[in-house]
Design a protein around this ligand. Structure first.
Ligand SMILES: Cc1cc2nc3c(=O)[nH]c(=O)nc-3n(C[C@H](O)[C@H](O)[C@H](O)COP(=O)(O)OP(=O)(O)OC[C@H]3O[C@@H](n4cnc5c(N)ncnc54)[C@H](O)[C@@H]3O)c2cc1C
Length: 359
């Protein structure tokens, strides 16, 4: 087996990195995940994800985690309405029967990001995650890489997998191709205890999701399992809007005033999101990798997930594609079909680039 006596470092403990770690450990590989977060509770996790049959769900199935996953599926959260800026319903699937397969489960089951992360973390062997390890550089050492972390520690690995997301610090060691700005900003807003804090929106959602469109702007959001809401206000703006707009992201009054101006023709129902937002709200400029990107495969370094192919989130494919990367890379590395790690990576990367462009 090409992984025999090899130490694998996965940089980043998001959906892609954790799924890869789990799948490789099931094949007895020697894996560490280096994650910059201080610990598992360091960050609020964003809005729920729906797992697609052939990608996210397939990866969880191969990882033997379906039982845990199914326990955490958020029933009804996949129901959606489409509304206009006045919050009038244009389309709703709340009344339609769920599309179910032979196992009687929804076709795109929803799970909170936090629950998914917990399931993956708990599936790993103890000491797999090295918290508080923010990668900042590496150099070749012997046949592998010596990794350096901001906190002052270093570690050696024979194989390195970049799973460190859209702003990957490892990607430049693979290719100079960069993501381009899509022209869109998404302002992430979380509201706790939605029933009391945003009662009208809570009622409108009816346990599911909403997509609101009007005047070239958009609001997307949904019910979280913990009684809160996860929302994104989406609009076109310059890339430097995030730093140049003068907004204090922890000042709800200021944010509401901005919203009233920017979304001037929108119903006042949406004000609830800003009046009771958990602060700070998080501005997310949306990037995309060129669809025709290519690079020469390296002997022992590759990328998965957003590090390889960040994309706008509107098709709900990012995390799903990221987890499928983990599945496909683990298969290539452990199938016995390839004579070297480089051949296995090459086969994975060819298919991954094609798949990601389509997504
Ligand atoms: C607004 C929005 C909505 C979305 N909605 C959906 C959706 O509905 N469905 C869907 O499938 N996808 C969705 N996505 C996309 C999805 O979030 C990403 O595609 C997915 O999280 C990618 O997973 P990943 O593991 O590759 O990277 P990430 O989730 O970004 O994880 C990267 C990990 O690496 C860590 N890290 C970063 N830098 C370093 C470093 N230097 N050293 C060590 N660790 C580091 C981070 O802390 C993080 O834990 C959405 C994205 C956005 C922005």
């Amino acid at each position: 087996m090409i992984l025999k006596n090899k130490e694998i470092a996965i940089i980043g403990g998001g959906p892609s990195g954790l799924t890869l770690a789990r799948l490789l450990q099931l094949k007895d590989a020697n894996v560490k995940v280096y994650e910059r977060d201080l610990n598992k509770d360091a960050r609020v996790q964003g809005s729920p994800l729906d797992m697609h049959e052939d990608s996210g769900y397939a990866a969880l199935s191969q990882a033997n985690l379906l039982e845990e996953f199914n326990k955490n599926v958020h029933t009804g959260a996949d129901k959606r309405i489409i509304v206009n800026e006045r919050a009038e319903i244009v389309l709703s699937d709340h009344e339609t029967q769920p599309e179910e397969d032979a196992d009687s489960r929804p076709s795109n089951p929803e799970i909170d990001r936090g629950a998914l992360r917990k399931i993956l973390l708990e599936s790993l062997q103890p000491e797999t995650i090295v918290w508080s390890s923010q990668f900042f550089s590496m150099e070749k050492q012997n046949e592998g890489w010596l990794l350096h972390f901001k906190e002052g520690s270093s570690a050696y690995a024979d194989i390195v997998v970049a799973a460190d997301g859209a702003n990957s610090k490892i990607r430049p060691y693979v290719t100079s191709i960069k993501a381009f700005y899509s022209g869109i900003i998404m302002l992430e807003i979380n509201v706790n205890d939605a029933q009391n804090a945003a009662p009208h929106i809570y009622a409108l959602l009816n346990g599911g999701k909403v997509m609101a469109f009007g005047n070239g702007r958009n609001i997307l959001g949904g019910q979280k399992d913990n009684g809160g809401l996860g929302f994104y206000a989406t609009f076109k703006a310059d890339e430097n809007w995030v730093t140049d707009n003068g907004l204090n992201y922890s000042d709800r009054k200021q944010l509401l005033a901005w919203f009233k101006k920017e979304y001037s023709e929108w119903s006042s129902i949406w004000y609830e999101l800003f009046k009771n937002a958990a602060t700070p709200v998080i501005p997310r400029p949306i990037y995309c990798m060129p669809l025709d990107q290519t690079w020469e495969t390296l002997p022992n370094l590759t990328m998965i997930g957003d590090a390889a192919h960040v994309m706008p989130p509107f098709a709900g494919e990012g995390a799903n594609t990221a987890m499928l990367d983990a599945l496909e890379l683990s298969k290539c590395l452990t199938s016995g079909k390839y004579n070297t790690v480089q051949e296995a990576i090459s086969s994975y990367e060819l298919a991954m680039r094609k798949r990601a462009s389509i997504a």
